[in-house]
Design a protein. Sequence first.
Length: 203
Amino acid sequence: MNITRINTYDDHRFSQEALNQHGCYLANGDVPIEIKIISQSEAIIIGDETYFDEVIDEFRFNSEHITKFYDESGKIVKKFKDIELFKLDIDKIQPIQFFVDKDKLEAVKTFVHTEEDVVIPVAMHDGTYVSLDGHTRLYLAYTLGFKHAYAYFSEDFDGFDYFFDEARKRNIYSAKDLILLEHEEYVEKWDKFCDEYYMTREE
């Protein structure tokens, strides 16, 4: 089964809330399913329940901390083992990304209002907490003056060490060091950097 995540913020098939959270998917090419996070561990899933299991699995690849899924009536659809969250000093979290997309930042502003809204996956490397995802949330948290974020341990990925080293070469050591770019420049600099790295891995 083919599950595709929608990464834009303008699609009439989905609610704006779900689009802003990057919780929108197409199953088998044209069946819209959306997931909206409602707490640190809960979400609502909307659409054709035939595809719920596959979409939830895809969603949790980026959001393991969401362990309870409900339908629109409030009925539990799927439940996973709880993930332990812990508070971290934002200044002590090492990013492995260099830039922040201004368009994504504007979307994240619609649902990040308190420290409890900032939940990110981390790994340990050389005695340092390293963010695996959620860099836009971290950057926004820093600009809002938050002192802490919530984190959970997750598995690192192929190329993790390379991105860690490259971030430090660019003097990126915490959220305050991330560089805000217009969307087009972000695509040109960050997406191109990632594409070129993984192309060399395939050669």
